[in-house]
Design a protein around this ligand. Structure first.
Ligand code: CAA
Length: 259
């Protein structure tokens, strides 16, 4: 692949968008390669993904403005669908995905980070939805996910004004969970991923599904979604072993088996 790198470190997969000359902007090829990369993740062995951008300046500076500049209405809609399909695959990916935002996360860059389960960023990170200044709306889920993450008032302010915000403000409004010096960001992402990877994989996947599906439902339906996914964990080897270790006060547990 030309623009997407995939590296495996123990049970963690690291996806790097690698189009540094264009600040990792998302053209159709990058979107296709991301899609293929996700399809290739070995879900038997990988328990968490990290998504980041190449270099120290930009995570993803948005959808490719050159490619979009001449699109017709129909082509624009199709490009939006192409991005949305990949981002939705990421959002509903069975295992958690941490966005390690290492610089600019603008437009499609902010949007792809919001399709991840968790966002952490470097001190030089900049978030924003500049689309209205380019004559378009956000097109890869920004109008929907930003409003859900930071509330409609703040999302509308950011989107209508097209004003970028720095890492400290992103932290304050809850768009990111933590801010680190650039040279510590990947280590922190890997530490968090390892902390997720050591827990029972079936349980972690069911947690992700319960939270995601529950957020799309009303509370009566949502608690039933949880009950089913909770019940689904029982009789697994990992549930039996995890509870046995607690009851028998085992200090050094064996790794969970994903069974
Ligand atoms: N698309 C295409 N190319 C991009 C790009 C993008 N989104 N962002 C940066 N680049 C390219 C620049 O054209 C430039 O290429 P050349 O060297 O060939 O001229 C290279 O990356 C470096 O960029 P700059 O010289 O502009 O770097 P800078 O440090 O001066 O500025 C920046 C950095 C503030 C991020 C600026 O590049 C910028 O504003 N980029 C665009 C950000 C943006 O508007 N993103 C939203 C796109 S719309 C979208 O994403 C729609 C959607 O929801 C689907």
């Amino acid at each position: 692949m030309e623009f997407v790198l995939y590296e495996v470190k123990d049970a963690v997969g690291v996806i790097t968008i690698n189009r540094e000359k264009a600040l990792n902007a998302l053209n159709s090829q990058v979107l296709d390669e991301l899609n293929q990369t996700l399809d290739g993740v070995d879900l038997e062995t990988i328990r968490c993904l990290i998504l980041t951008g190449a270099g120290e300046k930009s995570f993803v500076a948005g959808a490719d403005i050159g490619e979009m500049s001449t699109l017709t209405k129909a082509e624009g809609e199709a490009f939006g669908k192409k991005g949305n399909d990949v981002f939705r695959k990421l959002e509903t990916f069975p295992i958690p995905v941490i966005a390690a935002v290492n610089g600019f996360a603008l437009g499609g860059g902010c949007e792809i980070s919001m399709s991840c389960d968790i966002r952490i960023c470097s001190e030089n990170a900049v978030f924003g939805q500049p689309e209205a200044g380019l004559g378009i709306t956000p097109g890869f889920g920004g109008t929907q996910r930003l409003a859900r993450l930071v509330g409609p008032g703040m999302a509308k302010q950011m989107i209508y004004t097209a004003r970028n915000i720095k890492a400290d403000e992103a932290l304050r409004i809850g768009l990111v969970n933590a801010v680190y010096p650039q040279d510590e960001l990947m280590a922190q992402a890997e530490k968090m991923a390892a902390g997720i990877a050591k827990n029972a994989p079936i349980a972690v996947r069911n947690c992700k599904k319960a939270i995601n599906d529950g957020l799309d439902a009303d509370m009566d339906e949502a608690i039933v979604i949880e009950e089913k996914l909770f019940g689904d964990c029982f009789e697994t080897e990992d549930q039996r072993y995890g509870m046995k270790c607690f009851l028998e006060k085992v200090k050094d547990k064996e790794p969970f088996k994903n069974k």
